[in-house]
Design a binder for this molecule. Sequence first.
Ligand code: PRX
Length: 632
Amino acid sequence: MKKIEDYLARSENQYLKLYDESIKHPEKFWTNIAETFVWKKRWDKVLNFDFDKPEFKWFINGKLNITENCLDRHLSTNPDKTAILFEPNDPNSKSEKISYKQLHSRVCRFANVLKSKNVGKGDRVCIYMPMVPELTVAVLACARIGAVHSVVFAGFSSSALSARINDANCKVLLTADGSYRGSKVIDLISIANDALLECNSIESTIILKRINSNIKLKDNQTWWHDEIAMVSNECEAEEMDSEDMLFILYTSGSTGKPKGMVHTCGGYMIYTAYTFLNVFQYKPNDIYWCTADIGWITGHSYIVYGPLLSGATSVMFEGVPSYPDFSRFWKIVEKHKITHFYTAPTAIRALAKHPVSLVENNDLSSLKVLGSVGEPINEEAWNWYDKNIGKSKCPIVDTWWQTETGGIMLSSLAGVTKDKPTFATVPMIGIQPILLDKDGKEIFENDSEGILAIKFPWPSIARTIYGDHHRYKNVYFSAYPGYYFPGDGALTDINGNFRITGRVDDVVIVSGHNLGTAPIEDAINLHENVVESAVVGYPHDIKGNALRAFVILLNDKLDLDMQKEIKDLISKTIGPIAKPDIIQIVPGLPKTRSGKIMRRILRKIASGEKENFGDISTLLNPEIVDQILLNS
Ligand code: PRX
């Protein structure tokens, strides 16, 4: 059997050579990578694609089960190696090491629980759980039996949860009685129960006892521990087609309801594993920690699948960086001798605000590689990270990618290709990024700025939006036909390194969370005293971007109660992360003659600009700009 190690780039020259091969002969290249995995049946053809439909199929008619590659495969070589190293919220609670053998057994056992609830191939299972090992077990148990997991971040509100359950028609909900987050205890089960009032498709709910509560179970609700006591820990892995659905993960769009991005088995498997090993240059005894939540794509691809496919030790942390104080991350690094640390710029900026002694009191000498993900990292944060955490000896991989791309698309390879502050730098092997000008023409010169697009498919591209292929086509393939359009702007330096300049649509990245402004406006407009609203992002020291809402009221008074009511509405409909920092009442909104809000102007006002609003002659009500400025 071929070994994936033989296709990893260990030097810049190897990267260039592999990149060249992957572009000139993509099918041959990805065949080599795919052959390093366990398949139940070999594929007939590597790739079929059509950007117009759009349709992408990888390893056609290949059969596999991703969990055999994440678990079973390692049992003959390394059964006792720690797969998951769990660090609980409370620093005085014991951490837990789960070996590959133990994880395999727990996954198989829970897979049997799901089967006992009548869950089979293709059924959707919603997972709304804290960051505890059972969450990983739940995800892999679904994959084991071919059920489609839809993980919903446990910070989302009941309405956000029910909307996602209903969109995917989930059959089973997996949740917990509560969760610990820093000094807070979150009443997860009440949120889930509220959501369930709106959901008809859920037949059973299985509840993990995490906070030892004495809640009364409702009809069709059972305890996790009772369920696993009744089944065996042996479960054959279901045979899946390479293009069968593996999971749905929701992400915000600039308009309308969240988009359930669909990822499939074969391509996602090989791409997450290959990028994990290449980007992080993980070696067998390394301890890798990605601080994301499994509720986001980063957790799916680079806490669960990428690392486990690679036989790595992946750390799962239940808590927050500020509890019991702002040295928690560094204490964990010292305690577990972390070698790879992958986090978000917003966390770095928040930590950098605190005395550096909180870092220096800990031994960080185990660290070899640092990573950044989720939003552009500014130079100051990059330098702080490099100097204080990496001690100027750890490469920093700034990884640009998306829920939709499934895996990392642009990044340096740690210690192999050069990093550069604020630049994601180079494309992954097999990825063909290009800058387009506003007319959609390719810009071939380096040192340019434009719209980022990808001109050839890669194995882990999301295949559709669940239940709405039309929207999938519209959002990602219509603005620039023949390309995948991610919605980001970018520039290149004279050497062709890429730097992401930010979103070019109405999605705002707040503390690394992707938020569409339209759903927030819809939530604000639910308030009986609100006539209309517009939400925009503006630069923020720690969060990267913060939100400002411009609101037209029925009667002109915005007192503190009403501010709170509006924020509560947003928390209830979306979640606390979507609350604006500033709510400003305005007599009107700048609108074009066709009635479209000119957000460009609001964005400038929110960023503190007082003039230079460009051409406002197409506004129906140009006088409104001065009126808004007067009160801002
Ligand atoms: O705007 C880009 C930003 O996050 C968006 C994707 O968000 P999401 O689907 O939630 O996935 C986040 C984790 C992969 C992108 O369109 N983004 C992500 N990583 C970076 C980034 N912006 C700049 N630099 C990055 N490294």
